[in-house]
Design a binder for this molecule. Structure first.
Ligand code: FES
Length: 126
């Protein structure tokens, strides 16, 4: 980390992760924030922060493949959400990095965090 956490007027804390310029399109970095591994993704020119812990059996979710997904409608396959779906490297469960939702099991969800960019630094908000 390049700077200290910042307290906001509304009682939140901004945890610095990385200068935005250091994290290119499709790249990710995992940091430890208050004892939790959180991965910051740069996907489609947006930053998303996801807990690196799979709710299935605790695998390192955010180390998995970042890709899209196929859906079938009217017997036609459609590829969508390119760069927004991470697949857990242990058993392949897939989660949307924007919402934390499992693609097919609504009971499962991984925590996500707000992200802000200030003066070129990317912060995870809590
Ligand atoms: S631990 Fe992630 S899919 Fe099993």
């Amino acid at each position: 980390m390049s700077s200290e956490p910042v307290e906001t007027d509304d009682g939140k804390t901004l945890y610095p992760v990385e200068p935005a310029a250091n994290l290119g399109e499709g790249e990710r970095i995992t940091v430890n924030i208050k004892g939790r591994e959180i991965t910051l993704f740069n996907s489609n020119d947006e930053f998303h922060a996801v807990l690196n812990f799979c709710p299935h059996q605790g695998g390192p979710l955010c180390e998995g493949l970042l890709d899209g997904t196929l859906t079938m409608e009217d017997w036609e396959w459609t590829y969508s959400c390119d760069g927004e779906i991470v697949s857990c490297p242990w058993h392949g469960w897939e989660f949307d990095i924007k919402t934390g939702e499992h693609l097919s099991k609504s009971d499962y969800r991984v925590p996500t965090y707000d992200v802000v960019v200030r003066d070129g630094e990317v912060y995870v908000v809590e």
